[in-house]
Design a protein around this ligand. Structure first.
Ligand code: FAD
Length: 380
């Protein structure tokens, strides 16, 4: 084999598609269900980083990611290095809103030349349904971002490589490195590969430990997301900036098909702060935040639950958020963390730049079960 990938989240499947399309002979090993750790728990936003510029200036983080929606859009149209044709976004738009005129200096920043083409203030006729309700007074911006349904994304990524994605938990004991690459002992079968890509999310640190790779080191940044079931019939895809006192959206709202209705999935400050809260306290806080941010909707009968999930990333100073996707070559290993779903194209560039051209034409068929796609947390 040219490349074996360990880990079947968006990073592993994106890389598998990219390398397969470039003529590499590839396979992927997934320990459990495809996407069932971070990818299916994510909000699915393919974003250009404006939420990292809410201090009123562009930042390294906001710029490193700014071209990603455009790059994903090319993949959706069939003009990118990974073919995502047929994948319909869950929402072709993502909005930012504030009730009343609470945006202060951000109002002129959003109207500035530096942000031209990245954000647009909407006229009320163009508002999505939740802001057309009679009680809404405020401003709404269109961010030119979009939202993917993560199960549909994983199905699309799996389709071209279906027979190459096996269920197998790779452990360091299965791996022997030599001058030619790696030898993997997978039960009764032995596979030789020139390169092993570690794309196992939070599982990557255990592999690094067992392989005696001491650099890079992983960090986990915890979130406590909130799931809201309610009877309001419309979805919402928007950051709430009402009265924010620090540069992070107060609520980051996405909506996901749930029976006949929509489940609203809440992140942003709520989920960051929620990491230090007990579930019952976070639910009280989430209810109060919805009432404060969307007071014109009725939250009396809404049902809440919470979901703890860690983001797995390369360690940064003071545990900060990384700005870019991460890939580093260590002997026959390439250690990766996309750090954002949106940054998958960036990860692909970095990994491709580290690989020699394809050299192993013969595919290897393993006698292992194929891995299945997991379910998002609200369907489990
Ligand atoms: C709540 C939340 C919301 C988010 N929202 C967004 C968003 O809206 N937009 C955005 O751009 N980003 C978002 N992110 C970030 C994004 O989800 C992650 O960066 C991305 O999904 C990480 O993908 P991954 O493939 O590296 O990891 P994962 O999806 O965690 O996949 C890793 C896989 O590796 C497998 N594995 C682990 N160990 C082994 C092993 N030893 N052998 C074989 N397989 C193994 C696991 O079973 C798992 O399936 C969000 C993250 C969270 C947590």
């Amino acid at each position: 084999m040219d490349v074996v990938v360990a880990g079947g989240g968006v990073a592993g499947l994106w890389l598998l598609n990219l390398l397969n399309a470039q003529g590499y002979n590839v396979m992927l090993l997934e320990a459990d269900r495809i996407g069932a750790q971070q990818t299916l728990a994510s909000q699915g936003m393919i974003h250009g980083g404006l939420k990292y510029a809410l201090a009123g200036k562009l930042t390294r983080a906001s710029e490193a990611i700014s071209s990603m929606p455009e790059r994903w859009a090319r993949c959706l149209q069939g003009n990118g290095p990974v073919d995502l044709t047929g994948l319909e976004p869950l929402s072709p738009r993502y909005y930012m809103f504030a009730a009343d005129s609470t945006l202060g200096q951000l109002t002129s920043f959003f109207a500035s030349r530096a942000l031209r083409g990245r954000i647009r203030k909407l006229d009320p006729e163009a508002y999505p349904p939740p802001f057309r309700e009679p009680g809404f007074r405020g401003v709404v911006y269109d961010l030119h971002d979009f939202v993917v349904d993560t199960p549909a994304l994983l199905r699309r990524l799996l389709a071209p490589v279906r027979q190459r994605v096996y269920r197998w938990q790779l452990t360091p004991e299965h791996i022997v490195a030599d001058a030619e690459g790696v030898t993997l002992t997978l039960g009764a079968q032995v596979v030789k590969a020139r390169q092993l890509i570690l794309a196992a999310g939070a599982g990557t640190q255990a592999l690094l430990n067992g392989l005696n790779v001491t650099d890079p080191v992983m960090q986990l940044r915890p979130l406590n997301q909130v799931l809201v079931r309610h009877t309001y019939p419309h979805p919402l895809y928007a950051h709430c900036l009402t009265g924010i006192r620090r540069p992070e959206p107060r609520l980051t709202i996405t909506s996901h098909p749930d029976g006949d209705g929509w489940l609203w999935y809440l992140g942003g400050q709520l989920a960051t702060d929620g990491a230090a809260m007990r579930s019952a306290d976070l639910i009280d806080h989430a209810r109060a935040e919805l009432v404060a941010c969307l007071p014109w909707l009725d939250w009396h009968n809404a049902e809440f639950s919470t979901l703890r999930v860690d983001r797995a990333e390369p360690a940064q100073r003071r545990g900060n958020r990384p700005d870019e996707a991460y890939a580093a070559a260590r002997g026959p290993y390439i250690v990766t963390w996309p750090t954002k779903l949106s940054l998958a194209p960036d990860l692909g560039d970095k990994v491709l730049a580290m690989l020699a051209p394809p050299a192993c034409p013969a595919p290897v068929d393993l006698q292992l079960p194929l891995a299945e796609i997991g379910q998002p947390p609200w369907s489990r």
